[in-house]
Design a protein around this ligand. Sequence first.
Ligand code: SAH
Length: 340
Amino acid sequence: MKSIYDMTYNDLEKYFLEKNEKKYKAKQIYDWLYKKKVETFDAMSNLKKDLITTLNQDFSFNQLNLIDQKDGKDVTKFLFKLEDNQVIEAVLMFHDYGNSLCVSSQVGCNMNCSFCESGRRKKVRNLQTHEMVLQILTIEKIKKLRISHVVLMGIGEPFDNYENVVNFLKIINNDNGLAIGARHITVSTCGIIPKIKEFMQLPFQINLAISLHAPTDELRSKLMPINKAYPLKELIPVLKEYINKTNRRITFEYILLKDINDTEEMANKLSQLLKGINCYVNLIPYNETSHIMYKKSKKQTILKFYDILKKNKINVTIRKEFGGEVMAACGQLRSKYEEG
Ligand code: SAH
């Protein structure tokens, strides 16, 4: 049975029209689900009894099962069990501008990036739309707060689960739903070109982040196998097209790995690659994990790298480090839970 949290606003309008009901019923349902946050149809007191019966027959109200929660200084990490006993994680970060949730899009990931804990564990399945929506609703309920920003940077490759992810974005962005502003939502991808092309046709102003991590095809293919299928020499022109079409700036994420991609030479190559592109670069201090040999770059190396980009007039920031103390970094908690 479909979950009610799988339904976009348009899906619900269509559903009601097919049932010979007025389409404004969609607004009523969204109001109950996402503003008043009730968890049964029976609690929706402005609906007629027989409509409630029909809804109960057609939709389920599944919930996520919280199995662990770790609180850090400015971060809380959640582990959830799904109905088929798979485990996913979500990370809540407290920023001065609001509460940001890092949402997972798959159980495991098939992209196999060499530095990534999540990628070490094979993809088991895609998350359904409701399993992403419920990460937000459940955490808002547990922590009694509003999530103002969402980043799809948890476990999984969002564009390898494109349809469910797009429905998720529609639901959380809808004014009648959670009404999280498009500019407050970021989708991060390792660079699946056909999906980037589809994504740029959509009418919303959601931020796109690209996990770049290397300025040359040679190095990027070593770090990220996806680069063999979609190399930089094809990706960069598509991103330029994206920027022209959407008038939006792209974010490039660049993890700094000691002696691998953090040298002056790499900083200069990166500057050349991004010259003239409307973007900004987020330098990410690497979160070391016990299974992977890469090391975090030294502070002065990071600052030097930053300076070179700045000198080349590239917009650049160094990402604040979150969650190391609660193993919130990138799939670590799930691994620890399952592997001990
Ligand atoms: N698959 C998507 C989203 C998930 S990864 C993508 O590739 O963008 C989210 C970000 O975290 C990516 O930029 C990823 O490269 C980065 N990341 C993965 N492991 C990390 C680690 N150990 N330390 C710091 N960042 C990491």
